[in-house]
Design a protein around this ligand. Sequence first.
Ligand SMILES: [Zn+2]
Length: 150
Amino acid sequence: MLPIITHPNPILRQKARELTREDILNPKFKKLMADMAETMLKKDGFGLAAPQINQSIRLVTVNNNGEIAVFLNPKILKKSWRKNIAEEGCLSIPNVFLPIKRHSTITLEFLNLAGDKQILKTKDLLARVLQHEIDHLDGILFIDKAEKIN
Ligand SMILES: [Zn+2]
């Protein structure tokens, strides 16, 4: 299991770099992804972004009902005007749970493990988790957004 970096470590505030095809095909990278997914499951996280394991790269893993999904260089193409509010937590900010407003539906572009471009339209919990994790890649934490609700 990998150690989880916690707030206020500066790596959580950096903009993570894009992955290259060489990164994606590197066996070390595959090992890192597997370790990251295992860490996420053991910690009962809905999702994990690479900066949380001290890697400033654009890699996100998500636990979608026990099934692990990996998103490389994820980018939100479209966001619904409709938003909803739900309580969120973060493995990097233990014991803090706050209501956060997120877009209800998003359309996402990302690379899969083979380095091929994929498009995914998703809503509700998965859309929320992906917005939270992609924020991590841009150095944004959910506590930043909580303040804007009132
Ligand atoms: Zn988080």
